[in-house]
Design a protein around this ligand. Sequence first.
Ligand code: TRP
Length: 821
Amino acid sequence: MADGDYVIGGIFPLHYNQEMPDINYTYRPAAVKCNGFDPRAFRWALAMRLSVEVINQSGKLLPNHTLGYKIFDSCAYPLTGQRAALSVLNGPFQAHAPMCSSASPLLAVIGESGSAQSIVVSKSLHPFRIPMISYFSSCACLSDRTKYPNFFRVIPNDDYQVKAMAQLLLRYGWRWVGVVRGDHAYGLFALQGLLRELKGTGVCVAYQEMIPLLYNQQKALEIIEVMRSSTARVVVVFSAEGEMTPFLKDYMEQNVTGIQWVASEAWVTASVFTTSKYYTYLGGTIGFGIRQGQIPGLRDYLQMVNPVRYPSNPMVQELWEALYGCSPSPSLSPSRPLLPPCSGQEAILDQHSAYMNTSSPRVTYNVYKAVYAITHSMHNLLYCQPGTGPFLNHSCANSNNVYPWQVQHYLQEVDVSIAGETIKFDWKGDSIPYYDIINWQKGSGGNIEFITVGVFDGTKDPGKELVIQEEKIVWAGHQSKVVVSVCSASCRPGFRKAVRHGEPLCCFDCVPCDGGKISNQTDSIDCEACPEDYWSNADGTLCILKVVEFLSHDAMGIALMVIAVVGACLTAAVLGVFLHHRTTPIVRINNSELSFFILLSLTLCFLCALVFIGEPTSWSCMLRHTAFSITFSLCISCILGKTLVVLAAFTATRPGDNIMKWLGPKQQRFIIICCTLVQVLICAAWLIAAPPFPIKNTQAYHSKIILECSVGSQLAFWCVLGYIGFLACLCFILAFLARKLPGNFNEAKYITFSMLIFCAVWISFIPAYVSSPGKYTVAVEIFAILASSFGLLFCLFAPKCYIILLKPEKNTKQHLMLNKK
Ligand code: TRP
């Protein structure tokens, strides 16, 4: 401590461990015994001392005044931190004074390190309205002005750190991460903040583990087991050296590898972990380091410290013990186990990085900034122009009696630039958010070096804060490839995510999009339906126009066409043969005129099959059914006529019957025309009322549009078919009656047979027609037309042609009449 006109306090965790004194409230508790000297915190304390000395010497700030300081040890423990705070208020000799009267005017406190300690220190100082500036407490909880009105800090609030961390995780596609934290306010609030930031980002936390405050190996091994067995390869740690050191020791003993650590600012630049043995396990660690800066003269100042120079300072003793493992003057520390003596002149080398790391001071630099912030506030306070002051009636503070709350006012207003960096506090006491992104890489000696690979500048626009030089990064396992840490690999386009029941959102299955739906991005949540007339491609990634299908001039169309034309030609050929042999008995005996008619209409029947092939248009649709039905009616009417004639001819042989008179050629024609006319009328009514028209059928198939003819009126369609069926049945029945009638060439047999075939074809057509899809409906119809036409052609004309062409000797009247009984 050093006296001065204005005194500031400093609280540092000079030891990282303490023995709890026995407190039973029956006697005065013994002084706290701290052990485990922390050279790093000692450096921070020295930085404070140096800054104060420099300020006093230079005289630029606070001329004619001196700054004093009091530094206390918190032993990195909240309760001891509170003792330190009270000691700062009282002065060191409180034990000897009957009352706390020796208190010197304390204006501000620099401290504490850990947030948990800062909370108690702030609460202890609050009643006295003494402002404090923390150099390392980043917990977001401390930004609550109603609870901690006297709290300022020169380290960014953790809200920014967790935001940056969430961005980092997203940037590297780490969607499945574990979180390990220490059991303190810092760990708790940082974890909560991280979970808040990760909500809705698609990053899930696989596990959250807490290292207990009182380190416990069994619990640590449990945590390590969780880390080993989890598929999350990335682990975020909010913890400090205190608990990380034993934890990492156990971690290394368990020989777990392949973990990518993401470090919080509290341990990312901890020099304890720089030794080479850590590299295999911790190399590649990435994290957020607080801003660094240069403190002029720090290096020399630290090097000047040695036990010879400060023989009575127990801290320097402990520093030597910690750095060299020897005791310069054993008499000063009798309680500690005996260490080999040493001269105290040993040179402090750079390898004592815990103490000597001055190349990139971060927390040390924060201490420096805090001292300057206070000094500048004091300076502004003292150089207040009377009458323009900020206090009641524009008064200024009285330089002989400065109150801490007045300092707080100026602290809140302070806005100075130190080495190009602005120091100021927002209304919550927070400073400007800025982090270096630090990557742990292998140094020349196999040790770990902290390489800055980017920055997070919270003052930039959202989304632009994080700037990383990717090429500089070395990942865990000494790789240049980013570690993959996902619960489920992402879904390709054409698939969508299906969340697994009871598991976090990051764990999902990929299911292919249903037909007609697509997803064109990776990791789609849903498949989109294609617009009308479009359908998904096989991969489910694109909507493509549906194929328009109709029976066209493809293989099937052409085959049917050929068959139809062949049929027509064959019929024409038969007609030719009959015409040529029209004088022969076999043609004449069987009513040649009707035969010619039948052949003609059969030719038309074959030809009307052609109308069914090709793209349906309104004309072809109308033509299709009408042409087909009329030609078929004509054909069957002719056959019916013939049957009637046969029937009449034989029944007429009975005496007294005059039936043949009624069935002369005129009457025959009349019957034929009448029968056909009925069909013509039905068709005319159909065409007028509800004509068939082409439609696009999108229902039958999802993936294609079928261009087909709608019949317009189902009733008309089935009437037309029914009428043909009726004629055919009538014909069949009559022919059946006449089949047994005598005559060597009784046509009735053949007509019966042909009608049987005809009916069979059309009856089997109905189910086939109703059930066959798309263009096959049309094909089935054509097939039925062709089959029935061929049936008629062969049954009725093949036997006659056989006789005419191959057995002309049978083609005589005698022969034909021969067997007539
Ligand atoms: N930023 C941490 C905090 O606010 C740094 C820290 C210092 C720390 N000492 C600690 C964290 C001890 C946990 C334990 O607390």
